[in-house]
Design a protein around this ligand. Structure first.
Ligand SMILES: Cc1ncc(COP(=O)(O)O)c(C=O)c1O
Length: 442
């Protein structure tokens, strides 16, 4: 082997890492080489407790036997099958099982490979649906400030995180944004659902009055905004959005890429809040992160609106080469089995109070200006260092990693979302470690 070829093995340069400070990382890399249940193993042989379920996705924990076995078996049996004009049984089985988990009428499932693709798919279905029912003037899409809907052009257009948008041109036209619901002046240190702020939903009325309802196809929100730093919807807010959408012929899309599959203590946030949207986007927990997959749930009226015209014609000109990939379907079916056998889709509800108490116990730590929680989600907001936003939380992330704890930070907010198999002892360990971290950074 030439010197050039062998040196490539340890060359960190070629991989342009996503959402990463590449130069910082490559000077001092943090490498995982194994994972089991609640822990990662690092390249220097340490165990790291996973307080983020990877990236909000490994809800069943890591390398669970049933899922591993299902993937191994599937790859040897049927590695790939086209999803356009062809099928394989597990795709239909999975769609039926997923539909049975969702409240009615969300009973049709369109498969994608990621949250970003699920969002683009849902936005496209919403536009095409309005046209199919003779409402073709409804072309506007409404998102929300601080929303995160992945990184496709659709997702960043309706999303509201400035750094994810500002360098990427004009994006989709005809998009507007409601205000976000974060209101620390009234809601700081709320436990669970904050009391104040249902009136932020009235922003949608303002936007409807500006553009006229006949121009608006859909509104998309995360029921609990995750990637922007955990923003819990105020009491009554989602209900009011639903009502306004109903009154104005607008579809409501819940982006449940993070809240789906048990994160709040019910299978989906739509169950948790008792608010049923017209479309739900999911990914991540659908396979517990093992194989990339996403799914868009559609209300039956939406699916039925497309089932017209000559029967030999394609009804929706949309899909991905890897939609309903056999290995992803096998992984998802085994993941659903694991969730059901271990009661994981409701386990967060049993742990939520314990989690909340532990998390809010960090209130007295230095620089903590807010703590928020719901289900098995938590956030600790820190005062930024003067003139150096994000640095304090990033220092906490690095220190936690050195101390054997994986956390996630966004801005100066620490976000926590452990696998749903976590024990109370491990919850204690997260908060003991975090206390030490917060006490030791500048
Ligand atoms: C609410 C939400 N939507 C969409 C996405 C994008 O998912 P992906 O990274 O799989 O494209 C994410 C990812 O964190 C998310 O939190």
């Amino acid at each position: 082997m030439s010197g050039a070829a062998s040196s490539q093995t340890n060359n960190l340069e070629a991989f342009w890492m996503p959402f990463t400070a590449n130069r910082q990382f490559k000077q001092n890399p943090r490498m995982f080489v194994g994972a089991k249940d609640m822990h990662y193993t690092t390249s220097d042989g340490r165990q790291v407790l996973d307080a983020t379920a990877g990236l909000w996705c490994c809800n069943a924990g890591h390398s669970r036997p049933k899922v591993v076995e299902a993937v191994q078996k599937q790859v040897a049996e049927l590695d790939y099958a086209p999803a356009f004009q062809m099928g394989h049984p597990k795709a239909f089985e999975l769609a039926a099982r997923l539909a049975a988990l969702m409240p009615k009428p969300l009973d049709h499932v369109f498969f994608t490979n990621s949250g970003s693709e699920s969002v683009d798919t849902a936005l496209k279905i919403a536009l095409a649906y309005q046209r199919a029912i003779g409402q073709g003037t409804r072309t506007r899409l409404i998102g929300r400030e601080r929303g995160y809907h992945g990184v496709g052009f659709g997702g960043i257009s309706v999303g509201g995180i400035v750094s994810n948008r500002k360098t990427f041109g004009t994006m989709l036209t005809g998009v507007d944004h409601m205000r976000h619901t974060h209101d620390p002046a009234r809601n700081a240190f709320s436990r669970g659902i904050p009391e104040n702020g249902a009136e932020y939903a009235e922003d949608l009325i303002r936007i409807i009055q500006l553009h006229d309802p006949s121009t608006i196809a859909a509104v998309i929100v995360e029921p609990v905004a995750g990637s922007t730093g955990v923003l819990i919807p105020p009491k009554g807010y989602l209900e009011r959005l639903r009502q306004i959408c109903d009154d104005n012929g607008i579809l409501l899309i819940f982006d449940e890429v993070i809240t789906g599959f048990g994160r709040l203590g019910s299978p989906f946030a739509t169950d948790f809040f008792g608010v049923t949207p017209d479309l739900v986007t999911t990914a991540k927990g659908i396979t517990s992160g093992v194989i990339p997959m996403g799914a868009v749930f559609c209300a039956s009226k939406i699916y039925e609106a497309f089932m017209t015209g000559p029967e030999h014609m394609i009804e929706l000109f949309h899909g991905y080469t890897y939609s309903a990939h056999p290995i992803a379907c096998a992984a998802a079916l085994a993941t659903l089995d694991t969730y059901e056998e271990e009661g994981l889709l409701t386990r967060a509800s049993e742990l939520a109070q314990y989690w909340e108490d532990g998390l809010h116990g960090l209130k007295d730590c230095p620089n903590v200006i807010d703590i928020r929680n719901l289900g098995l989600i938590g956030a600790i907001e820190l005062t930024p260092i003067d003139g150096q936003p994000t640095k304090r939380a990033f220092s906490a992330f690095l220190k936690a990693y050195d101390d054997g704890l994986l956390i996630r930070t966004t801005g100066d907010i620490i976000a926590l979302s452990p696998p749903l198999i976590i024990s109370k002892t491990q919850i204690d360990e997260i908060f003991e470690k975090l206390r030490k971290v917060l006490n030791s950074i500048d």
